[in-house]
Design a protein around this ligand. Structure first.
Ligand code: PMP
Length: 436
């Protein structure tokens, strides 16, 4: 069956809001390392990795073997009513890595569920329905998490179980404080947080939730230390800090294991998903024991912590630690950032190049200013695809190219990707000049 026939059937039966990339969407049918092959036999270097989820890459023998060993026992699922060895081992390892004292870990099947759990814990612990979130945030697609989404493009409903107030800080490029030095920017955002607490809340707020680098928001990267400054204010009121590490966890930012580590603060709660399963559905919450155990009713995720997902996740975590993929992310991330800044210096459509490690964002603008340029981003996606590279897109205005390859990326692949990106951006910038 052709891809166009599959596309027709997709459109006939799946929701209209389930967006597909590319004018001619592709079906990935085989993959190995950092390369994926579509149903027409074309191979691409994958720089979006299933939305940062195939953290190690494809067809990794150690991970496949761990999953296969579990399948061979015949036990795909038992539920958390029974002991699950890999769940316990993985929780022990994650609790230790979290740096949260006396940490407890609860497994879910997605980032959304992880953040829903964090909201449940924080609001119950503090007996408050008030939450602070960052403008330009994304934390998931369920009722509570849509309620803390600071991005019109993903805000499907205004109905919410929590009362949310938004603060500045995550997205610097279009912030009113954009031109400030790091220290002045942090001070201005901290003042805003104090003002929001004074003017939009009754003081007894449950938590502030933040992505250390905003993912869907276009890899928006605040200056190091911002969340330390926020935490100092939150501490005055007993407000909890939740770090959403769904995209930034497991060393992807290169310099640190958790994105929040760049800020010198230990959150009360951390959430995770995506990369830890290397493609298996798994997420979770890490919290101090008193916070995790504040619930007075039963709570269960039938599939959370299941034997297959936790076996695969344990193998993924072992692999990334054994191979120092955090170090690789730091090294190759620096190379990508430098290469893209160089490309950016040659093209007026590149307004900003930012990120850390293997989370790099390229914000595209109309030449001569900073007006967002979403058509250029769509065109770069097509031009990179035509040259054999898959990249992602995001940002409040859908004008940011997102690069997030598997953390096993090689020097040669980074070089290839930069070459393709240089050509693609040149082609799009050139086409824009011809039009004007
Ligand atoms: N938090 C962040 C930071 C995310 O990027 C995402 C997914 N893009 C989520 C939460 C939600 O995760 P999921 O799609 O697995 O529910």
């Amino acid at each position: 069956m052709t891809e166009s026939e599959l596309l027709r059937r997709h459109r006939a039966v799946l929701p209209g809001w389930l967006a597909l990339y590319y004018a001619e969407p592709i079906e990935i049918v085989r993959a190995r390392g950092r390369q994926v092959t579509d149903s027409t036999g074309r191979t691409y270097l994958d720089f979006f990795a299933g939305i940062l989820t195939n953290a190690i890459g494809y067809d990794i023998a150690e991970i496949s073997a761990a999953i296969r060993r579990q399948l061979d026992t015949g036990v795909l699922h038992t539920s958390t009513l029974y002991l699950i060895r890999k769940q316990v081992e993985l929780a022990e390892q994650i609790a230790e890595l979290s740096g949260i004292p006396d940490a407890r870990v609860f497994f879910t099947n997605s980032g959304t569920e992880a953040n829903e759990t964090a909201l449940l814990l924080a609001t119950q612990y503090r007996r408050s329905n008030q939450i602070l979130a960052l403008r330009n945030s994304y934390h998931g697609r369920a009722f509570g998490t849509v309620g803390i989404t600071g991005n019109r493009g993903w805000s499907a409903s205004s109905l919410s179980p929590v009362k949310v107030s938004y603060v500045h800080g995550g997205y610097r490029y279009r912030s009113p404080f954009a031109g400030y030095s790091d220290a002045d920017y942090i001070a201005a955002c901290a003042d805003d947080l104090r003002d929001v607490l004074q003017t939009t809340t009754s003081g007894d707020v449950a938590a502030l939730i933040a992505e250390p680098i905003q993912g869907v928001g276009g890899f928006a990267t605040p200056p190091d230390g911002l969340f330390r400054a926020f935490a100092d204010i939150l501490d005055e009121h007993g407000i909890l800090l939740i770090s959403d590490e769904v995209q930034t966890g497991w060393g992807r930012t290169g310099e640190h294991f958790w994105g929040i580590d760049a800020h010198g603060v230990r959150p009360d709660i951390m959430t995770f998903a995506k990369g830890i399963g290397n493609g298996l559905a798994i997420g979770g919450v890490i919290a101090r024991r008193d916070v995790m155990d504040c619930l007075t009713a039963n709570s269960i995720s039938t599939f959370g912590g299941n034997p297959v997902a936790t076996a695969g996740a344990k193998a993924t975590l072992d692999y990334l630690l054994d191979h120092d993929l955090q170090g690789n992310a730091a090294k190759l991330g620096d190379r990508l950032l430098a290469g893209l800044r160089d490309i950016g210096s040659r093209h007026a459509i590149v307004g900003d190049v930012r990120g850390k490690g293997l989370m790099v964002g390229v914000e595209l603008v109309r030449p001569g200013g900073t007006d967002p340029n979403p058509p250029a981003a769509a065109a770069v996606l097509e031009e990179t695809k035509a040259r054999g590279l898959l990249v992602g897109k995001g940002g409040l205005h859908n004008n940011v190219i997102r690069l997030a390859p598997p953390m096993t990326l090689t020097d040669d692949e980074a070089r290839q990707a930069l070459e393709i990106l240089g050509e693609a951006i040149s082609a799009v910038a050139g086409a824009g000049e011809e039009r004007s």
